[in-house]
Design a protein around this ligand. Structure first.
Ligand SMILES: CC(=O)N[C@H]1[C@H]([C@H](O)[C@H](O)CO)O[C@](O)(C(=O)O)C[C@@H]1O
Length: 187
């Protein structure tokens, strides 16, 4: 409904091989794209599913993928993405991360991005940019070359409280808790 209410799109499709999802999608005014089972496996990358969709819908040049695992999508994020998409090849949802990341190189632990003798403070750096998975605006020309993004990308920064992506039952519990604690005006 958030996508529909944004009034930003000519068409809203739900790509699925599942009858129950198809019924729900139609109930809320989306058009169903019957995704072939071989593109609907647990290990099917989204890019393959997008490519299959674009192969069937040849007139579509530009598109936005919304992942239903990000349940705190807001109209303001969609509108910002639409604005930025006018001057970029792709726009995706991202958040800032201020975690100090480490990596193992040849069996040795070392900082991924920071200097041990000058540990950054949150206040002193803008943080890493991390995809939240909420959405990806992109173009057929990129998908045709096997990409979803290129160097002419922009991001929409998602507030930490909206950035949860449901990947596990713990995430689902968290999402239910956040939803029950949000006031109606915030939704
Ligand atoms: C558009 C895209 O690439 N989607 C991919 C997402 C995003 O990378 C993730 O949501 C970012 O947070 O991850 C997966 O769901 C995953 O690894 O299980 C696979 C899926 O193909």
């Amino acid at each position: 409904m958030t996508i529909k209410n944004s009034t930003c799109f000519q068409h809203i499709w739900v790509s699925t091989d599942d009858k129950r999802i198809a019924i729900e999608a139609q109930k809320y005014g989306a058009t169903v794209h019957r995704r072939p089972e071989k593109f609907a496996r647990d290990d099917t990358p989204s890019l393959h599913a997008i490519s299959e969709f674009l192969d069937v819908h040849r007139s579509i040049q530009d598109f936005a993928l919304f992942q239903c695992t990000s349940v705190f999508l807001k109209t303001k994020y969609i509108q910002e993405a639409v604005r930025k998409f006018e001057s970029h090849d792709c726009v995706f949802a991202a958040k800032r991360s201020h975690y100090l990341r480490w990596k193992v190189v040849d069996g040795e632990l070392m900082p991924a991005e920071f200097n041990l003798s000058a540990r950054p403070r949150r206040q002193d750096w803008q943080g890493d940019i991390v995809e939240t998975g909420m959405f990806y605006f992109s173009r057929r020309k990129l998908v045709d070359s096997g990409l979803l993004q290129n160097s002419r990308c922009s991001i929409v920064e998602i507030a930490a409280k909206d950035s949860l992506e449901i990947d596990s039952s713990y995430d689902l519990t968290l999402a239910k808790y956040i939803l029950s604690s949000e006031t109606k005006s915030e939704l």
